[in-house]
Write a protein that binds this ligand. Structure first.
Ligand code: SF4
Length: 213
């Protein structure tokens, strides 16, 4: 990527970070996924229990591996080979974790975080339960307005995620959101985090790379 493009992205990230800080989110901007991992390993103490939900962003940066290597206990409901019952149990245990790390569907330039969920465990854990929450988002998640966030969620993240999971929704086939009534619909619960919830310190880590869907 041309250095001027990287510079421009960094300016947008820094401006959004200022808006997030103004809304009382502890916020960091890192230029690369490698430095994002370094930051996460600083923000999460050895010995802390760390909960995850499904996140392409976090899979791409590989933080679970580094935490496991350091000895942190990982609660991952998507660990390969888990039964449905164990996956559900872990989703519940995450509410008692020390820190919940998740991606974000959209970060609004006014300093708000927008997430959509199908089952709701991911968005619920960002509100109450874990002792603190860390959102990690690539520069591709920045949007100018709440309307743009919803458009991104339905027409980019929702459709691409449905296709990835090979679920039976119209968007998984044609790539377009039709506000479906499918039983596999992944767009069921939206949470707009405008400020850190009262008892949940919330950190945002922005990365100057395209990450996730
Ligand atoms: S078609 Fe359904 S599952 Fe797909 S993005 Fe739209 S509401 Fe979500």
């Amino acid at each position: 990527m041309h250095k001027s493009q990287l510079w421009l992205q960094e300016r947008h990230l820094e401006r959004t970070a200022d808006a997030l800080r103004n809304n009382h989110f502890e916020t960091y901007v890192e230029p690369t996924r490698d430095l994002a991992n370094v930051r996460l390993l600083e923000l999460i103490s050895p010995g802390e229990t760390v909960g995850f939900a499904g996140s392409i962003t976090l899979n791409e940066i590989g933080i679970k591996h580094f935490l496991q290597e350091r000895g942190n206990i990982i609660l991952d409901p998507f660990h390969p080979g888990l039964s449905k019952a164990d996956s559900l149990r872990i989703r519940r245990e995450i509410f008692l974790s020390d820190v919940f790390v998740t991606g974000a569907n959209a970060i609004v330039e006014s300093g708000r975080i927008v997430n959509m969920d199908g089952t709701g465990n991911r968005v619920a854990a960002t509100i109450f339960g874990p002792k603190r929450v860390i959102f990690v988002a690539g520069v591709n998640k920045l949007v100018p307005t709440l309307d743009a966030a919803m458009h991104r969620i339905y027409h980019v993240a929702g459709a691409a995620n449905s296709h990835r999971l090979e679920v039976r929704t119209p968007c998984a086939d044609d790539g377009f959101c039709s506000d479906c009534r499918a039983t596999d619909r992944s767009c069921c619960v939206t949470v707009i985090t405008e400020r850190p919830p009262k008892w949940t310190p919330t950190i945002v880590l922005l990365v100057n790379e395209s990450l996730g869907l």
